[in-house]
Design a protein around this ligand. Sequence first.
Ligand code: KG4
Ligand code: ZN
Length: 337
Amino acid sequence: MPEPIIILGIESSCDDTAAAVLVDGEVRSNIVAGQDVHRHWGGVVPELASRAHQEHIVPVVHEALRTADVSKEQLSGVAVTQGPGLIGALLVGAGFARSLAQGLDIPLLGVDHMQAHVLAHFIRDGQAHSPPSFPFLNLTVSGGHTLIVLVRGELDMEVVGTTMDDAAGEAFDKGAKVLGLPYPGGPMIDMHSRDGDPYRFRLPAPRLMGFDMSFSGVKTAFNGIVRKGVSQDPAFVERELPHLCASLQQCIIDILLRKLHKAGRTMGITRIAISGGVSANTALRAQVADLAQREGWTIHIPPLAFCTDNGAMVAMAGFSLFKAGRFAALDSVPHPR
Ligand code: KG4
Ligand code: ZN
């Protein structure tokens, strides 16, 4: 029996400090410490994020190893998010991972956060869901990115469509802020939408060529609806909250799915997948499954714990890099963009 490959994955690109242990691609622990400090400010404050990562990283890594029942000395490699993300936040994870890898004399694996979101599909967690086979199209939707990715192999990906302005998660978060909902707004919009009419308020559909998307027009139109409504009735938001949330959510989903649909048809790819924080959205999950059923496509959606930022996806990407012998130099630096 060959020695198992045991990877510790560390994620600190934004406002979650996360660590996980994977043994031959199977998750043994997945620990995430969120950061409540940003809630008060209605968005992520970079300096506060860096400080919170510094406080959390040692206990989070310790807990990941303890839960996995793995000692540091058993690790084959340390994977860490190198970017994109907030530079101060990335530096905390990168510095910690580099010292650990150097101290243990094992490879350091530099992970691209967006690639990790795609590779989340390949994490084995003991449940019966098979990973997508290649090639497939992945809609990667997070707080900072909105990408349609053609995935040809574990480390062979091409971005075929992206947003021209805001990310889908940003559109959720900014819309929520206008409604006075706390950050992060995506889960709040999701929750309040459940009893809402998604077609009560009409929002514009952008017309862009190819597989690119835009969310800034939606944001502006949504702001306008809320401002006008409140000027006529101060209780407008309270009264219409579910409908406002559902209308915004539906408009964002329509933009995403129209382009995913077009990409699948144009490229003749019948396997589609979604990942990233926004793929936790209940309505998006349901509607992408409907789309797949109508088209006769197969659809892959990772379990919720692997959708939002987590260490397991970073460890998974590290596992792929480890197998390919693609190790990072110990003096490599994070790349925020
Ligand atoms: O992937 P992620 O955890 O972090 C980044 O890499 O950005 O994504 C965070 C984003 C936030 O914008 C958050 O509002 C959104 O994912 N999000 C959701 C839901 N859960 C998280 N958006 C809509 N519905 C949700 N249920
Ligand atoms: Zn992310």
